[in-house]
Design a protein around this ligand. Structure first.
Ligand code: CMP
Length: 139
């Protein structure tokens, strides 16, 4: 089934000049980029984005990190793209990520794990809407 997902290249990925490396992997895997921009979230905007994690021990820290510098946000589209992109990213904890995944190859920490991807269709929809309006998404 054709679906969409939200991808974020996090501040560690942007500051370490990994935008091109991540985009190359998405393109090589045949995931279509339908929208893309660089943003800098405020702490409040990062807290809004990670609201599902409110109350967890890493909530303050991850929202500090995500507002510490620019991110690249993308809407990706393709058959089964949520699962395919999560496979490309690898596990949240890079030490558990499979070889050849983005996080295994580039992450330095469970928090500084280079990329984010939506985990369900419902979250993908709300995460894409958090960053993009209809005019910004190629049809
Ligand atoms: P992400 O997939 O963007 O979702 C939540 C983020 O919180 C996660 O990637 C990590 O960057 C960060 N994080 C930090 N510690 C943890 C943890 N123990 N478990 C899950 N996520 C964590």
């Amino acid at each position: 089934m054709k679906e969409r997902t939200l991808s974020i290249i996090k501040p560690d990925g942007v500051s370490r000049n990994l935008i091109g490396a991540v985009v190359k992997r998405l393109e090589e895997a045949g995931l279509n980029i339908m929208a893309m921009k660089m943003i800098r979230m405020t702490k409040e905007q990062a807290k809004g984005f990670y609201k599902v994690h409110e109350g967890k021990p890493f909530y303050e820290s991850v929202t500090d990190f995500m507002s510490s510098g620019p991110c690249v946000v993308m809407a990706l589209e393709g058959e089964d793209v949520i699962k395919r992109y999560r496979k490309l990213m690898g596990a949240t904890n890079y030490k558990e990520a499979e070889e050849g995944t983005i996080r295994r190859d580039f992450a330095t920490d469970i928090e500084k794990n280079v990329v984010h991807g939506s985990d369900s269709e419902e979250n993908a929809r709300s995460e894409i809407n958090y960053f993009f309006n209809a005019l910004e998404i190629a049809k």
